[in-house]
Design a protein around this ligand. Structure first.
Ligand code: NI
Length: 187
């Protein structure tokens, strides 16, 4: 089932989400609907607040780079080096992230912030503990797009948007656009 994606200005995007204490059928159904909604919107990640639920649940699917000769993106998963495709779609609850490495600028967008893209500086690697719906845990150590996406999605769980992480100059440039965006949503 497709869910409607909450848009900039909606207070649900600004709240700190609660841990998922118990995985029941409703959580599994929500995760499946979030995956379907993410695919339909051509996104690579979606956090529960983006479908109106303030709980710590995230789905991610980073597609394979289809360019000929492109090396598959790799990550260490539970101590084993594997293509990240092996763990997609990635669904997790109550994540813990430990970003490390060097600051890197990369252009981000967000399904909850229509038609806005901006450069965001983040650390280029992440160690992540990602509890799965079945009770197992993935320990992931990665760089690349997955490290970027994990940080962006987990920010949503704490009420942060990528537009909070841009340079102060970009904040000034974006301010009008964001205000209009919120107003267009009736906020
Ligand atoms: Ni987002």
């Amino acid at each position: 089932m497709l869910l409607s994606i909450t848009q900039y200005g909606n207070p649900v995007l600004r709240a700190v989400s609660a841990p998922v204490e118990h995985v029941d059928e409703a959580i599994v159904a929500l995760a499946n609907n979030m995956i379907e909604t993410m695919y339909a919107a051509n996104g690579i990640g979606l956090a529960a607040p983006q479908v109106g639920e303030n709980i710590r649940l995230v789905v991610i699917d980073i597609p394979e780079d289809e360019e000929e000769g492109a090396e598959p993106e790799m990550a260490t998963v539970n101590g084993e080096l594997r293509p990240i495709r092996d763990i997609m779609p990635l669904v997790f609850i109550n994540p813990t992230l430990e970003p490390y490495g060097k600051q890197e600028l990369f252009t981000e967008g967000c399904l909850s912030v229509h038609n806005v893209r901006a450069n965001v500086s983040r650390l280029d690697h992440v160690k992540a503990t990602l509890p799965q719906l079945d009770g197992s845990v993935l320990e992931v150590d990665c760089g690349g797009l997955l490290a970027r996406c994990l940080q962006h999605e987990c920010d949503h769980l704490d009420g942060f948007l990528f537009t909070d992480r841009v340079s102060s100059a970009s904040k000034i440039t974006l301010a009008k656009k964001l205000k209009k965006l919120a107003q267009s949503q009736g906020y």
